[in-house]
Design a protein around this ligand. Sequence first.
Ligand SMILES: C[S@@+](CC[C@H](N)C(=O)[O-])C[C@H]1O[C@@H](n2cnc3c(N)ncnc32)[C@H](O)[C@@H]1O
Length: 229
Amino acid sequence: MPEQIQSTRIPSYYSVSFWRRWAKLYDRVVRLSFVPFGGEKRFRQKFVAMAGLKDTDRVLDICCGTGSTTALIAPEVCQGQVIGVDLSPDMLAVAQKKNVAAWVSFQRASVDALPFSEGVFDHVFCSYGLHELPREIRAAALKEVRRVLKPGGKFLALDYGLPKNIIFKLPISAFVRLFENDTAYKMMKGSLAAEIIASGLDVIFQKRALGGMFQIISSVKTTEAGNLD
Ligand SMILES: C[S@@+](CC[C@H](N)C(=O)[O-])C[C@H]1O[C@@H](n2cnc3c(N)ncnc32)[C@H](O)[C@@H]1O
């Protein structure tokens, strides 16, 4: 079992009250935003399916928020374990209501200091979470992801992308500029794949989704010798 040491160290950029306000609205706003793109659940389902989970896998969902991705991971690993980690007690309260399976639990912790031993998870997921983290926290979080993964374990990230086509580029850039912070815009314009590689993970694939407005990156923890075992 992963170690369960509670950590509530709050990085200075993080606002508990901001996420308290958002916890009440978040699911509704996300659901509505994805209506023109075939629905939020369908999009999340496609993302989770890319991991190829086994029913005995031990999975971590970082920046799990209200647990919408966690809820789609859970049925795939009914003989395993799912842990969601987030810093907002209010987002976690919503997640807990949505995830009642016995093998799913939540912990409050910052992703740059994960309260787990080394090499305990088969998969780590992060949906729409990395853009929230300032660059140095993101780098520390990605190192933590690598640390807690088993050798051969995989990290699947879903976040904003920068489309090549102006028809998609303009609306998503405007959206991120208006509703997210500068950190998100910088991440979107940079190379998330390069940041993941810098953490020591090896990128398996990078896919563009919804015209490139989102990117999905799969990576794996190999040993220094390049072996999975
Ligand atoms: C945009 S929400 C994404 C929620 C969820 N993963 C989803 O797919 O809807 C970002 C989440 O990241 C969390 N977060 C931001 N910084 C964090 C940190 N340092 N440690 C843990 N969670 C953090 C916020 O509390 C928030 O719940």
